[in-house]
Design a protein around this ligand. Sequence first.
Ligand SMILES: Nc1ncnc2c1ncn2[C@@H]1O[C@H](COP(=O)(O)OP(=O)(O)OP(=O)(O)O)[C@@H](O)[C@H]1O
Length: 639
Amino acid sequence: MPGRRSNPSMELKRGVAPDAFSSDSERGFEHNAQLKNTTVKHFIWQDVTVTVQDRATKQPKEILENVDGVVLAGEMCALMGPSGSGKTTLLNFLARRDNPGADATGIASVNGDALSLNEFRKMSTYVEQEDALIGSLTVRETMNFAARLSNPGLTKKDRIMRINGLIDSFGLRKQEDTIIGTPIRQGISGGQKRRVSVASQLITAPKILFLDEPTSGLDSAASFEVVSFIRTLAKQNNLIVIASIHQPSTQTFSLFDKLLLLSAGKPHYFGAVDDVVPYYMEIDHPVPLHMNPAEHALELTNKDFGSDPVEAEEELSKLQTAWSSSPRAEAISSQVTSHLITAGEGKTHNSKTSSHANFVAVTVTLVHRSFIKSYRDVVAYGIRLAMYSCLAIMSGTVWLRLSPAQTSIQPFINAIFFGASFLSFMAVAYVPSFLEDRLTFIKERSNGLYGAAAFTLANFIIGLPYLFGIALIFTCISYWLTGFHNTAPAFFTFVMWVFLDMVAAESLVVLMSSIFPNFVVALALTAFVNGLWMCVGGFLIPTPLLNVFWKYVFHYIDYQAYVFQGLLVNEFADRTYNCDQNCHCMYTTELADQCMISGKGVLATFGMHTGQTGTWVGILIGIVAFYRLLGWAVLAVKR
Ligand SMILES: Nc1ncnc2c1ncn2[C@@H]1O[C@H](COP(=O)(O)OP(=O)(O)OP(=O)(O)O)[C@@H](O)[C@H]1O
C-alpha cells in the first residue's frame, strides 16, 4: 500500500503508537511469523524474597519481600520504584540470572511449570541496560551476527527473512547500513541503538522478554518511541514483556498493561496501569489532576529526600500496608495461586526452532565479526600498526647502518633489546580494545550465546594475521636500516621472533585484562610485568650474574628472554666483526689472531649457545598457550 506508507518516527512524535497507524506488511511483521508465541500463556512469580548480608550489621537483610505477580501472553509489565527499591534484583530473579551474594526464594514459572534453566533461556531473553553493541558494525551486520551466534543452524534465507522483519518492525530500515557508532565515528542515535539492542535479542524468537531500563539515557520522545516499538511487537506476537523503568512520561507509561510498584523491596501496587488512578483514590492518595500517575506513584514511594526520615518511614509503611491489605492484592494473590494450581494441564513445550550453538560455527562467526571490527575500528589494530611503524622508523634511524666493526656489537645488542622489550611493552595499547570485547562477551554469555572457549579461541585467531603483519612491517622498516645480518633466513627468523614476541605480549595483555577487567589496573599490571621481564631477560644483567631467586623464579618463564636470546643468536651466530686498526679486540675469541671477533664468542659472554632456537620457540609457544589457557580459565570461572 504505497499510498499509506507513513514515517513511523513522525507519527510517534505526534503521540500515536505504531500499532495504531501501520499495517503488518508495512512494518515487516509478515516476516516475523517465527516470533509468534503460541506456547507461553502466562508467567507467574510468587513469594519472591531475596536476602543479602547487610554490609554494616552483617545481619541478613531482605531486599525483596514476598513479591507476587502474573503477566499474561501479549502483556507488557512495568517494574517501577525508587532507586534501590529492588527492580533489578527482581528482574534478575525472574530472568534467572546470577546475583552473587544474594539468597533467593520463591517461584517463577512459565505456564505453571518449573522449567530447567536451559529450557527457560531458550524461550526468554534479557536486554541489558547498557547496549552491548559493537560500534564499528552496521545495524544489519549487528543483527546478522546476533542471528548467527544465537542460531547457527538457521538457513541463510531464514536468517535474512528474520533480520528483514525485525529491521522493519523496529523502524530501522533507513539506518540498516549505518554503523552503530564509535568514539570517533558518528553512528545511529541513542534511541535507535536501544531499538537495535532489543531487535538483536529478538532474533532468537523469545517468548518472554526482560528489559532492564530500556529507556535509560533517552529523552521522553525517544523513550516513547522505543517502548512503542516493543509494545507493537509484543501485541502482534503475543509476547510477554517485563521491563524495569524509571520515571516514564504519561504517554510511555500508558503503553504498559501492568505495573508492579516496589519500594524498599516491598510491593506497593500490582495490577493494570489503568487501575492506578482508581487505586490511589481508594487509599485516599488521589492522583492530582493533570499529574502523571507514574510520577505520583513514584513520589509517594520515594522517601529518600524527606526531611523527617522516621515520619517518611511510617508513611511508607502505611502505604505498603494499604496495598497488602487491599482487596486488589488479595485478588492478585488468588489469581497467582489459581494459575499455579491449574498449571500442569497444558505443559509448556519449547517451540523454538534453534539448534544448540555449534562451537565451530560460533567461533567462525566471532572471528568474522572481530575481523570486520578490526579493520573498521582503528583502535583495535590501526593505531598499533601506526605506532609500531613509527617505532621501527625510530629504531632504524637511531641505530642507523651499523658497520660490521667491533664498535657496532654493543649497539646491535642494544637495538635487539630495545626492539624485543619495547614491542612487548607497547602491547598495552591492546588493553582498551580487549576490555571492550570482553564486555561484549560477558553480556552475550549471560544470554547463553557462547562460552569462554569460543571467545578465547576467536580472540586468539583474529590477532594472528594482524600481529604477523605488524611484525613483518616492523622488520621491513628497521632491519636494513640498522644493518642486521643481511641474509634471507636471518631476516625471516627475525620476523618470526618479533611475531612470537608480539603474540606472547598480547596473550599477557589478555590474561591480565581478564583477571583485572579495569583499564587502569590492567594497564598498570601489564606494564609492571613487562618491566619485570625486561629486568630478568638477560640484557640488563647477564643471566649468569642474575641472583638465584630472580633467575629460577622468573627468568625461565620470561618470554622476552627467549625472544632476546633468539634474536641475538640470529644476529651473531654466523657473523664476524673487525677489531680496531691496532688489532685490539673488545671480545677475545678464536678469531683474535685474524683481528676479528666471532659472533659466537659474543654470545658466549651472555652465556648463550647456538642450536637451541627450536627449544626456545617451543618454550615460547608453551608460554603463549599457558597465558591463553589461564585467560580462558579466568573468563570461564569469573562471572
Ligand atoms: N548481591 C547484593 N548484595 C548486597 N546488596 C545488594 C545485592 N544486590 C542488590 N543489593 C541491594 O539491594 C537494593 C536493591 O537493589 P536493586 O539494584 O535491585 O535496586 P533498583 O531498584 O534496581 O535500583 P536502581 O533503580 O538504582 O537501579 C540496593 O540497596 C542494593 O544495594
